[in-house]
Design a binder for this molecule. Sequence first.
Ligand SMILES: NC(=O)c1ccc[n+]([C@@H]2O[C@H](COP(=O)([O-])OP(=O)(O)OC[C@H]3O[C@@H](n4cnc5c(N)ncnc54)[C@H](OP(=O)(O)O)[C@@H]3O)[C@@H](O)[C@H]2O)c1
Length: 298
Amino acid sequence: MALISEGMIMAITSVTTKDKAVLVTGCSSGIGYATALTLAQRGFTVFATVRKEADAQRLHALNAPTLIPVCSLDLTKADDIDNAIAFIRQELAQRPGMGLYAIVNNAGGGGVAPIELMDLDNFRIEIEARILGPLVLLQALLPLIRAAHGRILWIATPSIIPIPYVANIHSCDFAVNCLARTLQIELKQWRIPSVLIRSGDVKTAAPAKSARELEAALQKWPRERSELYADALRKERAELSEFDTKRTEPEVIAGVICTALCAAKPRRRYQVGYMSRIAAALEYLPQTLVDRIMESRA
Ligand SMILES: NC(=O)c1ccc[n+]([C@@H]2O[C@H](COP(=O)([O-])OP(=O)(O)OC[C@H]3O[C@@H](n4cnc5c(N)ncnc54)[C@H](OP(=O)(O)O)[C@@H]3O)[C@@H](O)[C@H]2O)c1
């Protein structure tokens, strides 16, 4: 006869979602949208941030009582961030006993371009969205997370290796990696885990957006310079369309995010999604060899 039932094991290994609020950024589509829905279904109260009113309406229309759209939060705009923080504090004040249990830093964009031709205004926006904006949120909301014995989650690509023509995304991933892991050390004394969700290629709107942006950029870039990268850009265009069939569904990533939030002791990192493990394995090789492998792909 089993002495411990499955239900008892779940009770020991997972946290209750009651009275726990989670802030998820970038919930208009993709991983953020799937995560907001999954967490609300699991019983969390979810502050789901979007930039456009139409996206907030779409979330409202789901009639999920614990799913609360936060609009507008553009992480490049200081006023938006201040308003979102004030909104969350106000909503929590109306729910006695509820704490802010987690921030899921998901919002981000980025696209394909050789560094020589990269649009620096877009790069600046990406840095604001992936690094500086989340840090403003973190600094303001950490006392609430500490009080709730909560955790911080970061969505990033699966590895910190140099991948050509997507440096605007991966530079941010390197920085996110550094921040997440450093926070893991700095917040250890309060047992606040800082968890990396390292995701492989996911079936979201992102590749189509990148493909459209690349086509527009090709019209803008001086032809004599973009032609220097013609072969590489042709390959990138093909990959952006081909990969969609093999990519992982965003709901799978959302499931792993939910696991990381519910585990009594979450792992420091979760690898999930198409090609994720192979990409992560490259980190264990000598980095000069990795650079050569990447050169051969460029
Ligand atoms: N797709 C993948 O293969 C993959 C793999 C690994 C990691 N990731 C990471 O996962 C995250 C989500 O990607 P996804 O594939 O789900 O993309 P997505 O469907 O394009 O969703 C991105 C979300 O971020 C929001 N966003 C972009 N810039 C923002 C800003 N400045 N302020 C606030 N929100 C902003 C978007 O809002 P709008 O709709 O208003 O633009 C959207 O809600 C990204 O950080 C991405 O780097 C994706």
